[in-house]
Design a protein around this ligand. Sequence first.
Ligand code: NAP
Length: 245
Amino acid sequence: MADVKKVAFVTGGNRGIGLQTARELGQSGFEVVIGARDPSKGQAALEELRAAGVKAEVVLYDARRPETDASVKKHLEEKYGRLDVLVNNAGLIREELLARNASTVPEDILRETFETNLFAVVRLTQTLLPLLKKAPAGRIVNVSSILGSLGLHSAEGSPIAAAKAFAYNASKSALNAFTVHLADELKDTHVKVNSAHPGWVKTELGGPHAPMDVADSARTSVRLATLAADGPNGGFFHENDRLPW
Ligand code: NAP
């Protein structure tokens, strides 16, 4: 087994916030493994990372294909023997305007959204947890969204009140629940788990009207991936601010 400094695995690492997170973790000294479901997109991202001086590789990871969890684990175990950071970044929003309301959202959209944004994250995290426990300071970052905040959705005059895409929002609320529950289970270990809201970012998912550029989008995930031993466990953050559940 090669002598490794620290290794991070970023799902959906081939574009958008995931690629930026991989780039910044790599530039801060991690060896980075990106998960991509499309090998050609993964290869293109890998070349971009390597051109930026990042020590990186790509593995096949598809949130809709559970067998890829086991192949990711096998690869990480054989090559590195442990995992220091898991960034559960891959996610989707699938709500056409007419299908976004809680009263009308079709069940297939609800299931597809939860499959990628919640069930796959739980499954992958459970699979990789033994490797995270082998690291001296394992860190799990669940890339959530402020739109998963029930506190803000239900508050009078909330700035996110109008953004009620039920399937996506509920999937991120449930992801936040996973963070809270898992963090409690892990509180006596060296592994920390937190939820991140990256900001509203100009990506395919965020759309062209988002105020934040991709270049600024990885700050929250990188901070939570590199927390010191006295850092928080089981929180929900945007940059340095704690968000309400
Ligand atoms: P994006 O540009 O649309 O990228 C999404 C990434 O997830 C892509 O790499 C995509 O791969 C991957 N992905 C989607 N489905 C997958 C699957 N089944 N298996 C494996 N990978 C899959 O989105 P983004 O804006 O960077 O979003 C990244 C995360 O940030 C998401 O969890 C999102 O909910 C969260 N977020 C984004 C914003 C925002 O404003 N952009 C705000 C809050 C939270 P392909 O290239 O193969 O499609």
